[in-house]
Design a protein around this ligand. Structure first.
Ligand SMILES: Cc1cc2nc3c(=O)[nH]c(=O)nc-3n(C[C@H](O)[C@H](O)[C@H](O)COP(=O)(O)O)c2cc1C
Length: 435
């Protein structure tokens, strides 16, 4: 009997694909969230564990010192705040988990604790927090800093931040909400406690001015790639989303996280690691291969976007380098793992030119290509080798792309016993723990 795996979808609250022949009115219906209502309902039909909305807090102009590329290709902007969208999605769905990103570097912990507790109540226990430290100097400059905090220190701050937020969520004992009509007591003050946190980075008295939601502590999601980031994720996360390349790297990442969880005194089965993938599906394997080959062709625009992404995430302007020479040694205070993965695409560092690296398609955990039956088998094989726990679907977004997965691939996975056929629990956290 095959082991089931978990499914999530990686999204951002910006425009989905809008220039293709099958993109319909995508670009008109995202601003008020209606596009996302449509597709998240579809994903709930596919019994996805959760959707995860990433976020960033800047318009990037690192690439060539101009916002032109960012805005032309809708890369980091416009992008709306995913938190209010969670309330809207919660109204239109019943079971699927809803994870939104918030940065520990810029939001006060009291606000974060309160926002997610409120959303946990509004969604009846389906909210998750993707805990990120952010990586961009341009974001830091929107919050009073000249440059972003140092990479590992961001995680030191985040550790303390999450302890504060958890403390606030725990500042109401179970049963504190009395609502006793006879005594007229609404909430019992003896069951509500200040946290009096006075640490290196944060000073927060508490208690939270509201009771926690159905999950108590909302589901925590993380994506640390560096050693410090992984340690943080292993300590706190209920689910980890990981961009790894190839089955052996996926397995090594998951094994490392599980070992770190044991070190942190946690049961490794309490955190589900989901790997980023972009399956390419079609009616026959040949058609799917042809589609994948078409997508892999790098246009000049595609190369510009790839390099602009890298510039934004690393705070390094990639237009300064010779396209026809190997990339010189670079250090970054931004996304270290993204930079390393890019440089590693060409094998040993320094063996490929920047143009060659940028022309190679971005790497996926495993390139799943074929009919739903072929891809289901490929997914099963990969999961068996890695040991778990699931996949995070990513890639160009349209109603058509979602339908191919939800109405093509997922039923095939379900027939093979690889994907859930029903939500067995009410909360996101419990559904993640169901298998
Ligand atoms: C699937 C995935 C989603 C991510 N989403 C965000 C996000 O929404 N906002 C953000 O600032 N960083 C995001 N990150 C970056 C991670 O939080 C992390 O910074 C990155 O993986 C590098 O790891 P490190 O911080 O340990 O160096 C994401 C990473 C991955 C792999």
């Amino acid at each position: 009997m095959a082991n089931k795996f978990h499914l999530g979808w990686f999204l951002n609250f910006s425009s989905p694909s809008w220039l293709g022949q099958f993109d319909g009115n995508n670009d008109e219906s995202w601003i008020d969230g209606e596009f996302y209502v449509d597709i998240v309902k579809m994903m709930e039909r596919g019994k996805f564990d959760f959707v995860m909305f990433e976020d960033s807090l800047m318009v990037s102009d690192v690439h060539g010192g101009s916002m032109a590329t960012d805005l032309k290709y809708n890369m980091y902007a416009p992008k709306q705040d995913p938190l209010p969208l969670m309330a809207k999605l919660g109204e239109h769905t019943k079971h699927i988990g809803l994870i939104a990103t918030a940065s520990t570097s810029f939001y006060p912990p009291f606000i974060t604790a309160r926002m997610y507790a409120t959303l946990d109540n509004l969604t009846h226990g389906r909210i998750g927090w993707n805990v990120v430290t952010s990586s961009e100097d341009r974001a830091a400059q929107n919050f009073g800093l000249d440059l972003h905090y140092e990479h590992d220190e961001r995680y030191e701050m985040a550790d303390e931040y999450v302890e504060v937020v958890k403390g606030l969520w725990n500042s109401w004992d179970p049963g504190a909400l009395v609502r006793d009509r006879e005594t007229g007591v609404f909430a019992d003050h003896t069951k509500v406690h200040p946290i009096d946190h006075d640490g290196k980075y944060y000073k927060v008295r508490g208690p939270l001015n509201m009771m926690p939601g159905p999950q108590g502590q909302p589901t925590l999601c993380q994506a640390g790639g560096s050693p410090r980031g992984r340690a943080f994720a292993a300590k706190h996360a209920n689910t980890i989303i990981c961009s790894a390349t190839g089955v052996s790297e996926m397995k090594a990442y998951r094994d490392d996280i599980r070992a770190r969880m044991v070190e942190a005194g946690r049961n490794p089965d309490d955190c589900k690691v989901l790997f980023v993938v972009s399956p390419v599906l079609d009616e026959t394997d040949e058609l799917a291969q042809a589609k994948a080959a078409r997508r892999a062709v790098m246009t000049p625009e595609g190369m510009d976007v790839a390099l602009a992404h890298l510039s934004a995430l690393t705070n390094v302007d990639f237009t300064q380098f010779d396209l026809d020479a190997p990339v010189p040694e670079i250090t970054t205070n931004g996304h270290r793992t993204t930079l390393e993965a890019f440089l590693r695409k060409g094998g040993d560092a320094g063996t490929k030119t920047l143009r060659e690296l940028a022309s190679m398609p971005s790497l996926n955990a495993v390139p799943f290509v074929g009919t739903p039956a072929t891809v289901a088998q490929q997914m099963q094989d990969a999961m068996e080798q890695v040991g778990g726990d699931g996949f995070l679907i990513s890639g160009a977004l349209s109603r058509q792309a979602v339908a191919e997965i939800v109405d093509g691939l997922v039923p095939e996975l379900q027939r093979r016993g690889l994907a859930r056929t029903e939500y067995t629990h009410a909360t996101l956290k419990d559904n993640l723990l169901a298998f």
